[in-house]
Design a protein around this ligand. Sequence first.
Ligand code: 1BN
Ligand code: ZN
Length: 378
Amino acid sequence: MEQLGQFNVTPDSYRDRRFGNLTMKKFKNKISVKLKNLCDLCVEKTGTLLIVTISLLVFSCGNDKTTTDNTTKPIDITTANTNTVVSKAHVVPPDFNSDSAFAYIKAQADMGPRTPGSKAHDKAVAYYEKFFKTQGADVKVQGGSMNTYDGKLWRIDNVIATFNPQAKTRVLLCAHYDSRPFCDKDPIPTNKTKPCPGVNDGASGAGVLMEVARLIKQKSPTVGIDIILFDLEDYGDNGDQYSWCLGSVYWANHLHKANYKAKYGILLDMVGAKDAVFPKEGESVFNANDVVTKIWSTAAKIGYANYFVNETTGDMTDDHVPVNKIAQIPCVDILHYNYLTNEFFEHHHRSTDDINTIDKNTLKAVGQTLAEVIYNEE
Ligand code: 1BN
Ligand code: ZN
């Protein structure tokens, strides 16, 4: 079968193109040029007498200022009569409810580890399918199979929820939901072979996207939204970066809709821990720097710069890589990574990655930022 075997992609389409011949120096130069050139919220071209002013200038700052007012607020801007003014209305998104997101995460945690082949895995798939249907989405469970690095063959189920299928401009939101079958980073030797709870690493991203789906039911964004919950991200070999993310590799090779395209994608992974930090991840900056800028500047404007820190890391192995490199959709990874110690969050791949790791303030920071971004997309 074509899709079996470790990474069903040619070297050209995945391994080689991921890094290519890019040296670190060239990479840094590219990034600094991009960073200089990009300001997605405010563009001014002197000499052409065209000024485009963006209404986000009036964003309120601070977590307490989030409003449930679902109206669109036009911004009135006047300038000297030699200038042409184009103003863009800021759309106030619905209020992301972190209690609700927490409840969706807890429901997954209570099922137990969603490891491949487990009852909890199948229960989770049924739960997501029913939930997204209730929110008004067209839902498809994409079934397939992939070989893991240890030679085992696993069934995979990617859950795909489509909102506003007629919309031509689409944004892809994604997260993995599976749990790692072995807590190999646990300090207690007997735990190393046990399945991980996968609550921050797995359930948190899915839970935040479930709450986003609930917001979409309340108020439809202008753009179409596709939410994909990927299977089999976390059954990898630490020594082989290409052994991970098999659900997203499968999806990228078998798009759920012929010629599927999205303007961009946003991946959430480990987005619920207390005091999480989300530096700008290297692969995201390289492939989708304008989207990175949009997300991080939006987070700062609504008071979450302490989470969305202005730091850049190297490339991380995660589901955004197949989305970028195989599906060719620019995709950003919002990933908890400690750029000072070069480590994932402290309970990563340990038996302690349970519901106690989840902090509602972090969920709110991520969810409200995501809502701001998608409701202001057109
Ligand atoms: C991220 C979160 N990953 C798994 N869960 C990917 C990963 C790849 C983690 C290599 C460690 C090493
Ligand atoms: Zn993991």
